[in-house]
Ligand binder design. Structure first.
Ligand code: OOG
Ligand code: MG
Length: 267
């Protein structure tokens, strides 16, 4: 049964189509929801995708308030989710994507179980500004906690900017999400669990509870500092983090369907 739910969510993500919330018909314990997530990622891995890291979610009040959920969640990141600097993404590949400003850690050593902030920092190779593109597979971007966990915490894409040394002070850096050069959301990095490193501490604990561990080379997204912003065609999206720098991508001006139509109209 869990496998069927995993396949359903994987297919919804692969075909950019939405499904009804699982919780409307199925009662899933959180542990079952994480199992569905794992099984759905296994579908991706069986198609050749590689696990490259993990993302934390609902690590800021702004995100919890926006989504009406107030528990920490985590999901898995694969290489197929990587968006490159200045890439123009095609919105046809998503249901209702949103962007949010994040901080990424790259690890140089494994990390698992209960660790202190100092131990977490000692495992970090580098820190970067990041943008996460999230896309719920549920209609109207509405979900319960178990729904969103099963749906790999809305993971769909992420872009990481320039790497800074691990000893960079990230306790209170201004973080801005700009749409076409205008600030659409902003806060400072302390909005992420008081300090983004606390999110890495939580990641080590949660992922080892699930029988996995954070590994050297993996990327961990600490969670958004602000509410997410809906994407529309023809936008430039940039995240600027004080000291760390920025990263950006754009959305293609027209969807494939529209550009076909206009090509026909012109000929
Ligand atoms: C769930 C993912 C939350 C974050 O950074 O808090 C998340 C969602 O909002 O759809 O990625
Ligand atoms: Mg996020």
């Amino acid at each position: 049964m869990l496998k069927q739910l995993a396949i359903k969510l994987d297919q919804a993500a692969a075909s950019a189509s939405s499904v009804e919330q699982l919780s409307l018909t199925t009662e899933l314990a959180l542990s079952d929801a994480y199992q569905v997530q794992k099984l759905s990622i296994e579908q991706r891995l069986s198609r050749g995708e590689q696990l490259v890291g993990y993302k934390m979610g609902f690590t800021s009040r702004a995100k919890m308030l926006q989504m009406g959920v107030d528990d920490l969640i985590w999901g898995r990141l694969t290489d197929a989710m990587i968006i490159t600097q200045e890439q123009a993404i095609n919105l046809d590949h998503y249901v209702h994507p949103r962007a949010e400003p994040e901080i990424a850690f790259k690890l140089k050593a494994p990390l698992s179980g209960i660790v202190t902030v100092e131990q977490a920092l000692a495992a970090v190779e580098a820190i970067a500004p990041a943008i996460e593109v999230i896309d719920s597979r549920y209609r109207n971007f509405k979900f319960s906690l178990s729904d969103v966990i099963a749906d790999n915490c809305s993971s769909t894409g992420f872009i990481v900017g320039p790497w800074s040394p691990a000893d960079t002070d990230i306790s209170k850096l201004q973080m801005q999400l700009l749409v076409d050069g205008k600030v659409a959301a902003e806060d400072d990095s302390s909005a992420i669990l008081d300090h983004p490193l606390n999110s890495l501490v939580e990641a080590a604990r949660c992922i080892s509870d699930a029988g996995e561990e954070l590994k050297a080379g993996q990327i961990i997204l600490a969670g958004a500092a602000t509410a997410a912003v809906a994407l529309a065609p023809g936008q430039n999206i940039e995240v600027k983090v004080e000291t760390l720098g920025s990263c950006s991508f754009s959305t293609q001006a027209t969807s494939q369907a529209n550009s076909n139509t206009s090509a026909e109209a012109c000929s």
